[in-house]
Write a protein that binds this ligand. Sequence first.
Ligand code: FAD
Length: 750
Amino acid sequence: NNKVQLATLCRHVRPLSSSSLPSHSKSYDVIVIGGGHAGTEAASASARTGARTLLLTQKISTLGELSCNPSIGGIGKGHLVREIDALQGVMGEVADASGIHFRMLNRRKGPAVRGPRGQMDRDLYKANMQDYLLRGVDLGVSGMENLEVLEASAEDLLLDEGDEIETLAPLADVGQSDASGEQRRLLQAKALSSAKANVANRRARIRGVVAIDSKTNARIEIESTTVVLTTGTFLRGVLMIGHDRYSGGRHLRDSEEVEPPSIGLALTLERFGFPLGRLKTGTPPRLDGRTIDWDRCNIQPSERPAQPFSHIRQSRGEEPPLAAANTLIDCYQTATNEATHKLVMDYAHLLPQYDGMDGKGNGPRYCPSIYKKVERFAERNSHNSFLEPEGLNTHVVYPNGMSGPYPEEIQLQIMRSMKGLEKVEIVRPGYDVEYDFVNPQALTHTLETKSIAGLYLAGQICGTTGYEEAGAQGIIAGANAGRAAGAAYRGEKAPLPFVLGRDEAYIGVLIDDLVTKGTLEPYRMFTSRAEYRISLRADNADLRLTRKGAEYGLVTDPERLAALDMRETLITDNVERLRNFKLFVTDWAVRGGNDLMGGAAIDRPGREGQKKSAEEVLGMPHVTLKEVEDIMADVSAEERNTNLDSNEGSSDEYEFCPTPSSAHDTVEASVKYKSYVIRQEKDIESWRKAQGARIPPNIIYDHSIMPTFSKEEIEKLNRFKPTTFAEASQISGLTPQSLVYLYHHVMKLN
Ligand code: FAD
């Protein structure tokens, strides 16, 4: 099978008849195609590694465009933004400078699942992103001197041809030799590995890009050692409203114009034998805020002060709103009702027919259209919708969760059925886009394609959805492309790949899921996808990644490393102080903490009785660092007074300062989760051992038996019926935690 696939590829890899094309005056180490969220991260990461980088994109004015929702972050996604930032990426800094509403989602839940989210002023986000990329040198942004931007449309890829496949080891012959079974197995394994080595040496290699320059309209060739492809929803994109279909990558926000789809590159990928599929996603109508009755909606204020995404801003003590926006606004909440749901179902026949999934379309399960929500959760008679202003200088409002590409007049009826929106006007109707994606199993963990050396893919083209998922892949692809090309340019041997493990980062989970399991529907990040989520928190992304980023040449700003050193010292010192500070039962009892101490010794006067360290007290359920430190402050003050009365010690010695805000969440989480981290490691270990164990064929997958499993997980287990745990772990959408539960469930059945 391997042989057949490679033979097909090599048949397709032929030099392009491009010799007559004028070539661009310069060649580059890396060309990044597409200036969306993946492309901007890839280009700046590559430039930071020192590689001469060209960002080639259809329209410079759309750099930093938020194609759908005007927000960055959220649960799981916020973790990705903090990780991108810990590697000196762009997204967090730009989001901080452009945000107008910030919230820490899941604040009342454990620190591991808290996700920072910011709502952006769309124009500011774009302007700040463009400043960063186009004027970064003047602004002193590290690495930007290596980056150029060209407005052009990539049409094809230039390749150096690989050797003929027939030169590979003849696998079939080995199988027919008269060697013994074991010998034959060994010979086959040896032949296979030498065949793989041959393929690695001989596979086709990227040489550059053929593009149409937007200014001159000329077709040009641009040479480069590596190429990163990040074309988002544009590959053979088709836009849809009702039964109207037209070609396009997306609608331009401020005009009637539709951005053209990327057809040439889709044909190129098809010609090179890449496994392509179709996915779809949708965006809701935009509303005129002046026609909304805000008094009938529930207010959702921003948090004040807000927490920044960027670690460097956090260390400088800067809090959004930052200079550029300088204002935080309120959002509002309304909801669908039975009348809305009736309209949604009554007009379902007017929804588009898609190419994928027998006309039903393969859309994001976790960001479903309003039709999907009403159909899937028939028992519910209401779904919330947050009304999010798109900026400080616009009346346009984004109704979150209300995508549904009905004809415009039906979209209007649906919106007007909701409270506060009875007289609303639509500024632009919502629409869906269906596009090609590449099965990410065609990629390695560096996001380089297995079949063409030097070609990397990142973003929506790999089957994901969301700005943050795109940016996370962009930074990895850009770093690896930059490092590989830089080494080739200097005549050095291939550098170590920059890969993050599942235990190091959500970025590692995302890429590992994609390249090992592939995806059949747009993949988005959730905390439940990470088996190490207790250690992979948004608050400690810098501790996990910044130093590694610096070792691989990706973190180049010395202020980041200094900030990291400072935070590490603060965290160690404050945890140690908790460990050494003894609290007596009575310290708790008088402050209502009696329940937490098992009801002991409430009647004991003075500071005596059972002692616990402040660290142990913080480790108890529902106790917060703030509560513990308030008591420590009181106790310190009491001791200080006693000692001052008896003239012992100086007053400074007993002065208590709470953990500074820049270290607060990390100190709290690392103490509270200490025992969970140990348990998590044990669980993972038992799961690793279970990989080869068999799952009985007659096992029943049903919610009544497995209540902790999601509907999706039950559905997929019934569909794929895995026979071993190794097979079960390949099912996309089955969380690591559920795999562990499944293991315990099967062990009990045995
Ligand atoms: P994009 O941001 O799409 O950027 C692609 C870039 O490549 C663009 O700049 C384009 O001009 C450029 N390009 C394309 N082809 C070429 C070429 N041949 N040559 C040069 N440049 C090229 N995300 C969600 O999380 N939830 C949603 O509900 C959601 N709904 C969406 C609805 C719509 C209608 C659209 C269009 C997008 C939606 N998104 C949604 C997706 C979100 O926009 C993407 O996940 C994110 O933008 C992907 O980033 P990217 O960098 O991969 O691609």
